[in-house]
Design a protein around this ligand. Sequence first.
Ligand code: SF4
Length: 354
Amino acid sequence: MVSVPDQLKSRHIVVAPNWIGDTAMAAPFLASLRAVLPGGRIEAVANSWTAGLLRAFPWVDEVHAIGARDGLEWWKSALSLRGNLGRRGTETVWLLPNSFRSAVLGLLIGGGRRVGYATDKRGFLLGRAVAPPPGSPPPHLIDYYLGLLEAEGWPVAHRGVRLPVTPEAGRFAEAIFAKKAPPGEGPLIGFHPGAAFGESKTWPADFFARLAKGLAEGLGARILLFGGPNETELADWVSSASDGAAVSIAGEDTLETLPAILAGLDLFLSGDTGPLHIAALAGTRTLSFFGPTDPRRTAPPGAHHRMLRRELECSPCFERLCPLGHHDCMKGITPEEVEEEVREILRAGVRATE
Ligand code: SF4
């Protein structure tokens, strides 16, 4: 194992990714950092909508949230963090986002050596500007983040990690299941019909409803619909269109409790969304739909996760709304083929960790 100099076993700040899914995929980076800094302090700086997930991570000692998305309020929030953080000594500020702004944030809050990829013309702001990996597509995002540790000559202890469930979150999940899960002994399956990124990543809502009916009738599956507070209407629509085969719990969880709920499922289905990556981190099997994004970059890795996609010339387009207007990458995946895939996954074994 590469030894880490003593002066580096102190305080490290990690500027976290801006998306929930990317934050989940940063878990192996944080776990590996923790492994080489058992006595060190790891603090994360995140935006307010991902901070809750980081607070559920056992590898992070403290999370500082930036309250605003952009503009003057963002600068005020960053400067106030500088007041809090700047007084304490920092060895290294790790920049996981590629943006110029994250390097400016690192400069404002840190005082330590800034390590990040030399992207977005920000190399001059970094103490260690790591050359992005060559080739296309870039490596899986998990490996991309770990590449910063490797560039520093630090060992990567964890490529795959599982997020432990805290007793408190576990109790919350049990209460949700007791209150909302349909009765019976059938497999408990989660669907996430929405996507914060944009409509292009979503599988059609009526397909989710048809699938729910098919799985409930054919397998006795008990289906819960997930979503954030602004996705309750969509989840309610799917529930109603499925004649109640799927029950909505959208808006009832928080990012601190969501991993525990997902960990209690037998399978989770979603597009390339934040909850998909949290489910994978929680050790739950996933079946995902990919269209506008690149599965080589972000599909949950490992034998317990399956992915469906159509081979289209336009895919991946990385657009939030289908620029061609037809959304064939998602509409081309039928409820019947997904149902068959679900049956196969469940036949192969129920839990990812077994
Ligand atoms: S352009 Fe192609 S990949 Fe992008 S959303 Fe439309 S159908 Fe999907």
